[in-house]
Design a protein around this ligand. Structure first.
Ligand code: KIV
Ligand code: ZN
Length: 398
């Protein structure tokens, strides 16, 4: 089995399905160019049958963006697949991605289909798609809430019909990591022709487990991961691309697989999406949040000043971030204060620094973050206090 994991980005399709995250066509095209720079293997550009605007954006991306495979999504319905092909046919490497549910709850309550009928429709639609392109992906939707043996039957049938990627969708974010890993192993052991297709996973984050589930699937042999920048997507989102990629990178010793992502484009990719949608990631978001490389506590800042490896497992610069920030707040220590004052050109004697530190601590009790403007005043007060004019927080002695 290859040790290369394909990164399939669905920010422009599943990501765009999240409320408030709609992008205009020009934004989608710019975003697709950015994804190509990021080095993703597949860009799911949209769902051409969903709207004329989606069709137009997918068509432009297919014509303009070179490098990654350009996939379009289509229900397992001939008309959707025809429209999808129309939109992607000019791509350098087009892919039709078609899907149909495999869980009884979906088949009975939503589609009024028996399992056998659904399987037949799936394989017929894969055949139909293969009439257009040799690159066809099939997803059994809600696979993780389906009977595993039925999922295997469907996979075997669609691979025989020509599917080159089969994608196990945890549509409702229901799976647990160990269980999902077992499901992937089960599929590898029970689908006779599985070696003829790339095994992919698509995890939603309803229980906060999308990244953990995707990693468990890789360990069990999945070799394509569907994900979104900043973890956006339907409801609680999809697996976050940047988290997956950095887990695979930082813990290469553990996962033992390669990927083709250009790490220094991770933060620019995240920022462009925030800018286009107007929705910022939370400050404590792993990898790309404002605080991902910020240290406030004195003990951590002291360690960071001695050797960054004490409290950081990856380099901010390597992923295109500005760098480590030592935030001056009430938990900060004297070393960090001295460092920041020096960076501002404020060189204090030890005595002046001691007084300045006392002033800093009392201000930090009232303010969340002490700014550079505050520090200029704190340094001045520290100097005067050392001269015996003021105490450090500005009380006049004489
Ligand atoms: O979540 C899902 O099941 C999907 C499929 C279309 C792959 O987005
Ligand atoms: Zn999805």
């Amino acid at each position: 089995m290859t040790d290369y994991v394909k990164i399939f980005d669905t920010t422009l399709r599943d990501g765009e399905q999240s409320p408030g995250f709609a992008l205009t066509s020009p934004q989608k095209v710019e975003r697709a160019h950015q994804l190509a720079r990021l080095g993703v293997d597949v860009i799911e550009a949209g769902f051409p049958a969903a709207s004329p605007d989606d069709f137009a954006a997918v068509e432009r991306i297919a014509r303009e963006v070179r490098g990654p495979v350009i996939a379009g999504l289509a229900r397992a319905v001939a008309a959707d697949i025809d429209q999808c092909w129309e939109a992607i046919k000019d791509a350098q490497r087009p892919r039709i991605h078609t899907f149909l549910s495999s869980s009884d709850i979906h088949l009975e309550a939503q589609f009024n289909l028996k399992r056998e009928q659904a399987k037949t429709r799936a394989l017929e639609m894969v055949r139909h798609a293969r009439g257009y392109t040799p690159d066809v992906e099939f997803s059994p939707m809600d696979a993780t809430r389906s009977d595993w043996s039925y999922v295997c039957e469907v996979l075997e049938a669609v691979i025989d019909a020509g599917a080159t990627t089969v994608n196990i969708a945890d549509t409702c974010g229901f799976a647990q990591p160990d269980e999902f890993g077992m499901m992937i192993t089960y599929i590898r052991e029970h689908v006779g022709n599985i070696e003829n297709a790339t095994l992919s996973v698509h995890c939603h984050n309803d229980l906060g487990l999308a990244v953990a589930n995707s990693l468990a699937a890789i360990r069990a042999g999945a070799r394509q991961i569907e994900c979104c920048v900043n973890g956006i997507g339907e409801r609680a989102g999809n697996a976050a691309l940047e988290e997956l990629v950095m887990a695979l990178t930082v813990r290469r010793d553990h996962h033992r697989v390669k990927h083709g992502i250009n790490l220094d484009e991770l933060v620019p990719a995240s920022e462009l999406l925030q800018q286009f949608t107007g929705i910022a990631v939370q400050p404590n978001k792993a990898i790309v949040g404002l605080n991902a490389f910020a240290h406030e506590s004195g003990i951590h800042q002291d360690g960071m000043l001695k050797d960054a490896r004490t409290y950081e497992i990856m380099s901010a610069a390597a992923i295109g971030a500005e760098g480590t920030r030592l935030v001056l707040g009430k938990h900060s220590g004297r070393h960090a204060l001295r460092r920041r004052l020096e960076e501002l050109g404020l060189l204090l004697t030890q005595d002046e620094l001691n007084h300045a530190f006392a002033g800093f601590k009392s201000l930090a009790d009232y303010k969340k973050e002490v700014t550079d403007e505050d520090l200029v005043l704190i340094a001045e007060n520290g100097r005067r206090a050392a001269d015996g004019v003021f105490d450090a927080i500005g009380h006049v002695y004489r």
